[in-house]
Design a protein around this ligand. Sequence first.
Ligand code: CA
Length: 591
Amino acid sequence: MKRILMTAAALSLATSGMALAKGGVTEADIAGDDANTSQVVTNGMGRHLQRFSPLDQINKDNVADMVPAWAFSFGGEKQRGQEAQPLIYDGVMYVTGSYSRLYAIDLKTGEEIWQYDARLPEGILPCCDVVNRGAAIYGDKIYFGTLDARIVALDLKSGKVVWKKKIADYKAGYSYTAAPLIVKGLIITGNSGGEFGIVGEVQARDAETGEMVWTRPVIEGHMGTLNGKESTMTGTLNATWPGDMWKTGGGATWLGGSYDAETDTIVFGAGNPAPWNSHLRAAGEPSEGNKGDNLYAASRIGMDPATGEIKWHYQTTPREGWDYDGVNEVVAYEGSDGEKRWATADRNGFFYVLNREDGKFVSATPFVKDISWATGIDDEGRPEFVEDNRPGNPASAADGKKGETIFAVPSFLGGKNWMPMAFSQNTKMFYVPSNEWGMDIWNEPITYKKGAAYLGAGFTIKPLFEDHIGSLKAIDPVSGDIKWEYKNAAPLWSGVMTTAGGLVFLGTPEGHFKALDDETGEVLWQFQTGSGIVGQPVTWDMDGNQYIAVASGWGGAVPLWGGEVAKQVKYLNQGGSVWVFKLPRKMASAN
Ligand code: CA
């Protein structure tokens, strides 16, 4: 009797230490998510974030007949931006809503199974709306981050809290909005708060217990940890940062990461260096080399998932000064030339291709018009800066209060912001939701104060063209050529999805969910969802039918920060719902 008890105790200890998944979603499920059409258990519809489905029941020939299956309201008076990607598992949709809410919905009926509403404290500091971009499932738990910078593990079946951990101090400006990443029993998160002088960091926890395994700050000079002890310093202290500026250096890792099993690498992006006023972060004259680059802000960073050690980095905007965060998703793919690469469409307006093995620069091409801050990217991957298009130094101004105002393209909301692009394995093209806009921007003096905006800049966003800001582009990553463009009046802020049915799905702030021909950009179907779409579509099959879902609910950064553009789109109504579509019964069975 005693011996059996001891064995059970030893077994339970071993299990918790090894973070084995208890039933439910396994590492193999996550690794095979891109090919398994009956579920969507990863952010990005597969760890490579391609957002491509092999399903083709709904296709170019029949999508015009697609109809709603059901819709679900997130309820309450809490609406605003709904940026989530739903997850689909075992007959249930799991979708997050604004204000850190999570819903489990019966896939067949659209009825609620449970709802979790995080009790947010007064004084949270989300910079860019009260959004959440999705959850992660592993074992018998579902995980998501909250606006007060916590990560919560809930029981998949009941929605009851299993554990809850603090990522960082929300009073210092930290928050959390990204979908977490699961790799081999670890739950890996970034942080948000780049406009408050926080320090970007990636954290890995045992998914079973929530216990911290490693931390990796992404600003040079800060120390990482492994199993509760100091591991290594990030970069070399003061190699690219002057004085103490690195201590509040920004680089928020706010959009989460991707994982490539072939190279066993996780990739996270780091946001703008803080403050925005780049003159405060300069180290000597530009002629003195690259001392003022401010690593690893505005960079993509490849890391070892077991230890958090940095394997490689690629900085898109050295000494960034326009809020061109380097966080946008890095998608692993194989192009028409058979080469395995990474691709990423940066806030700064350039579409980059990087080598899969070591993150080395391969190519960069502009994907928006009239880029003003650089004339191009040189063979080494370094921007060819237009120094006159850097906002002026206030210290050089007569009154010392306001530097010279310049008109910069893209605007700080980017040639592309957070909204994920998709890759089609059929066409080998990327479908990039972009925006054509610029801004007046100027620098001001600023000193760091905990919990206060740390910008040292003022700005007003303006459209570039009369008829459109939004522009969905089909880009061949091998040549960088733009094959077609679909223009939209309002700025695009929704994710994109491609399918083997030859379709590209996209939502607009005007409320339309659209299906486009992947070869021509022709709109083949659209549906008015009642509020602006800033969510991320998914698709799956169930009982022989293909389904497509997207969240609807206008919000995000544009209405809050969009300057003249925000005024133009003020008429758009808020909302909060998720819509599910399918073919009419007869058509689905005829296929
Ligand atoms: Ca930023």
